[in-house]
Every structure is written in structure tokens, then in C-alpha cells.
Design a protein around this ligand. Sequence first.
Ligand SMILES: [Zn+2]
Length: 237
Amino acid sequence: MKLSRNLLLLFLACGSLFAQRDLDERDRPRVAYVSRVLDDVQHTWDRELAPMTGTPYHHAKLDLFRNKMTSGCGPAKSLTGPFYCPADEKVYLDLGFFDELRSRFGARGDFAQAYVIAHELGHHIQKLLGIESKVHQDQDRHPRDRNELSVKLELQADCFAGAWAHSTKERGILKEQDVDSALSAAAAVGDDHLQKMARGYSSPESFTHGSSAQRQGWFRKGFATGRIASCNTFGTN
Ligand SMILES: [Zn+2]
């Protein structure tokens, strides 16, 4: 059974600009959770981004789906995992990825999903701050640094996710085990872990997202400070 129209309207009423495709009744709790997290992350940046950076926040949209679909950045496949498309300012998220995060990558707890959403919205912040376009220009100019720059961009999105988690702690809505869930997700989607799972070894020069340790480290850094300014992954090696 497809999600009822009322439910869809409820989500729209909650303020998330939200599209859903091929979802059914079983997805209902997860859709509700994703919607709550999305709203919380975006409202946090509504309050905090301008005071921290001078750039006002505006909301990204979310496209939730099962199975393949097309995005403003080309086809969205489950295999590529969730991603943010700067061209249409949308986060594309296949709910099947969350099943995989749990079953295949061993990242447990709802907050593992919250981390993924906050990370993707971290890419939206990079777009708003002009970081994303600058990095892509640098990548075109210096093709040899392409992967290294990609890693820095990804680690910064992890740090921004941590900064949001900091705000949930300040507001008293973070549970003790939540940070562990986020860190287990960050480790699970580290390039070294993914590569080892896929082919039994990892090669750092081909990393595009950073190692598990790097991803956890930058999430922790954002979590400790809650500051965008502490997330300068480009100033380090
Ligand atoms: Zn990313």
C-alpha cells in the first residue's frame, strides 16, 4: 500500500519540502524519523549559520525513494548511497541504504541515519558558503588533487554533521548511545572499510571520502565545538 495522501500532506505541513517515491506502509516509521531529523538539522542551521558565517541558510529539499530514479545530477542508484545534488539543492536518499547501513555495514541505532542526513545537509552548507564550487574549480584545475580535495570536502561535511549533533546535545535531545551510533556509521562508510569489504584491501590514494578514522575524527571535532569554523579540513593535511 502506498503512503496515504494525508500522511504526505502531514509531511508537507511539517515544513519539509519532501518528495517520496515507491515507498510503502512499512517505510512509514522511517519516513517519519527522516522527516524529523531533516527538520531539526535545517532549523538548527536556520538559527546558527548566519551568526556563525554571515551567510543565511535556506532549506534543501529531500527526495526519498526506493529503487533508482533520476536527479538533477544524473541517475541516482542505490549503490552510490545517499548524495546531495548542488544543481537542484536536493538530498537524494534511497531508504534501502539505511537497511544496508544496518545489515551490511553494521551501523546500528537510529542516530546512524541522522548522521547520514546531517552529512548530506553539510554538503548543502558547503554549497551555500561557496566552498563546493571552489573545490570543483580546483579539481578541474588540478586533476591530480581530485581525490584529496574530495576527501576534504567529505570530511568537512562530517564535521558539520558533528556540529549539528553538538546542538542536539545542548538542547538535551541526544541520547547517550547516539554518538556511538553516529561514529559507527562514520566508520562504516569510511573508504578503507568499504574497499576492504569490496575487495579485501584498501588503497588510500583512491580514497574519495576519507578513512573510517578520519571520518570519525572530524565528526568528533564538530561535535566537540559546534562551530563551522572548527571544520577547516582544507587547512590541514
Ligand atoms: Zn558526502
